[in-house]
Design a protein around this ligand. Sequence first.
Ligand code: GLY
Length: 590
Amino acid sequence: MSRLPVPRVMIVGVLAAALGMPPARAADPPREPVGARHAMVATAQRLATEVGVDVLRRGGNAVDAAVAVGYMLAVVFPVAGNLGGGGFMTIRMADGRKTVVDFRETAPRAASHDMYLDAAGRVVPGSSTHGVLAVGVPGTVAGLELARSRYGTMPRAALLAPAIRAARDGFVLAPGDARFLQRSGNGLRGDPAAAAIFLPHGRPLAAGERLVQRDLATTLERIRDAGTAGFYRGPVAERIAATMTAPDGRRRGLITQADLAAYRARERAPVECSYRGYRVLSAPPPSSGGVVLCEMLNILQGVPLRSWGRGSVRASYVEIEAMRRAYRDRNRDLGDPDFVHNPVAHLLAPAYAARLRSGIVARMTAIPVHARAGIPGDDALGPTGREGAQTTHYAIVDRAGNAVSVTVTLNGPFGAQVVAPGTGVLLNDEMDDFAVKPGTPNRYGLVQGEANSIAPGKRPLSSMTPTILTKHGKPVLVVGTPGGSRIITGVLETILGVVDYGLDIQQAVDAPRFHQQWRPRATMCEAGALPAETRRTLESWGERFTTVAPYDHVDAILVGGPALGRAGKGGNRLFGADDARGDTGLAAGY
Ligand code: GLY
């Protein structure tokens, strides 16, 4: 039986270049997790990590650090960090409180079910991904302020100061920072306000040059001085609304000052499940992340992954088929819970997982090797749930044991690639996360249903999966990633790497991944994600695979040791890992 003995990132040069990833790293030796005694921050941008560690050193708690990091990412990681987007923050306080702050964008009041379709009912290409019509009402500022005021300890001004400084004085782009601009420069060129910031000399800023964002600094100062009103009312709101009424060449946007004034972040109960003795907390609808993650874990809990072995035929088959079923349920049944019933209790019932699992295992057992059984048709997937990039993630644990897991997004790189003039705020293209035409794929290839169709004030279904695992009431693993539809399987595979396969946290984060999302039927594989022999056998069983460029950028923290059951050295008890797929991030602590 084939196994994967030494997990390594295998980022193939050609694929990496196509995605704008760092150069080939296949030969890189495995990296060690970063250890710290008291507190740890892992983010996709080194300057943001440093801000988080500094807040923790000054006595702030994990929520304070998360707020400061969130604002800093809006400045130093503009491809995904934002004021003009949204996200989810999962919080597990040391005193037992647990919550998810939902700051997902909403559809403007003038939005409608078919707003991206032409007269013939066809999706107008690009209308939900680029330009002002693609923009949902932003949630980030409301979310960060809600988290700070209810769970933080430090004044707003202290948490915003580093971001204001970085925006006003600028910062020097490292090669990884500049790579995002080089990749998406052409899109930004089409928007004069964005081009003035990111292409000030008529070309994207390059490594070694300074990115200065004075308008953004002023917006941050307004938030510092007035809180959410500094963003959702007054000059910033006026300018965002004015951006919508400016011609964009094809259509106009819909967001009004009233939409902005009405936006509210929400606290929601986390989705919870148990997996091999750990309590899993993650984001509930309107993110599908927690539900899909728990549905997959519930299925996998009943099979002996560890003894089968990572990369073995059996483990890989059951993991792929669990993903297929959970995404089928996601795409059919989940949506904003304020608008549609989400059958979460049913999807996460042990009996439902048992039925799905026994269908998968029965099918596997019945497949004679080389029999070409084919990928199961929908009717062979078992019962249904009916009774249901560009993003960035960061993880923080403080010395008291408070843990925070945050995923934020503009959706596509630099969102809608529109800056509201005079604000420095890049606006999201989150409307594309709705099923803009139920039954047709979105930018991630997700084929979604009516549950996630567009309606005024509705939040689009997300895949963001900011997750915390606890044991005996204490945090053990804090994990999440960007990656669009691949987010949830990226988090799953990191958890399986640590809990089932005994990897240390850096190995689990760096290991090549595969992803199955029901539609398309083929499983997407990074190079090296499956041993060749396993892949051949599964192909002979009828599974299909496509090789894809590296994806996701996991940031994670493991508490206790570098791997489960392994003690830390030198008094270190927190171990951080930033994904080898990126070269902008940093795990650091003190
Ligand atoms: N914008 C990607 C997601 O929320 O899933």
